[in-house]
Design a protein. Structure first.
Length: 257
């Protein structure tokens, strides 16, 4: 499994991160402590290195969270844009001749159904069929306007053609926002820095009573942070996903009575 396929599963990210972080802490506490004695001079140096490393980790995690949140907001905005484009074009279809208008409205209803499925389906195996049907409907909708556009190239018909262009373009913008996620290199960088921080925490621990339980706090916090980033960054598998509320609203408004 490649890294970008792993990071779309938040719970798996949490489990792997927790195991790796806890292992790093105890690696520093046992193996590293046996090899390098922790005298006062080393502890003093560690007092400078560890806070700097944790600060760097916080910056990288914050930067990655900002990227994921920004892409999530973008997906929400494009869902709203898609709904507006489809609803507007459905109304503009009334400007066409009666037969053409009914054909365009029927295609838009079928197209809207596929767009809602695209947002709600969680099984990746079903996505190619939805995308293929979406592409087919886009071609059919565009072809449905060509006879009217060629026969009567008036500003009114041009308005309908422009609306259809907005419908198709909005789907492309949505697709782009779903494709681009946090790069694998950023995940690797976060993981390497987090491992280093946990090794240093384990190495510098004083071995006091109850200290073993306290050493689990940092791995747990890092694992939760990585899970949250993976959840927001995953458009289809996460718990925090864009719900097609606007598309559902449009579907209710254009449903044939």
């Amino acid at each position: 499994m490649e890294l970008h396929e792993l990071t779309v599963r938040p719970l798996l990210v949490f489990g792997i991160a927790m195991v790796v972080m806890v292992g790093s802490v105890f690696l520093g506490r046992t193996h590293l402590r046996r090899r390098y004695a922790l005298d006062e001079n080393v502890r003093e140096d560690l007092g400078f290195i560890l806070p700097s490393s944790l600060t760097l980790l916080a910056l990288i995690v914050g930067f990655s969270f900002s990227m994921a949140a920004g892409r999530y907001d973008q997906r929400k905005n494009y869902e709203e844009a898609e709904a507006n484009a489809i609803g507007t074009e459905y109304l503009r279809a009334d400007l066409l001749a009666s037969a053409d208008a009914e054909n365009v409205r029927r295609l838009l209803r079928d197209y809207l159904e596929q767009r809602i499925l695209y947002y709600t389906v969680t099984d990746p195996a079903k996505v190619p069929a939805i995308e293929a049907r979406t592409d087919q409907l886009e071609a059919e909708m565009w072809s449905a306007l060509l006879p009217a556009a060629r026969a009567t190239p008036t500003p009114i018909v041009a308005l309908v053609v422009e609306g259809m262009n907005d419908v198709i373009n909005s789907q492309g913008y949505t697709q782009s926002a779903w494709w681009y996620r946090i790069p694998d290199e950023a995940w690797i960088l976060m993981l390497v820095i987090a491992i280093g921080c946990n090794v240093l925490v384990g190495y510098g621990s004083r071995g006091i009573k109850g200290g073993t339980r306290l050493l689990l706090i940092l791995p747990l916090l890092i694992a939760i942070a990585l899970m949250l980033i993976a959840d927001i960054d995953s458009p289809r598998h996460g718990f925090i996903r864009v719900r097609p509320k606007n598309l559902h609203s449009v579907a209710e408004s254009i449903r044939p009575r």
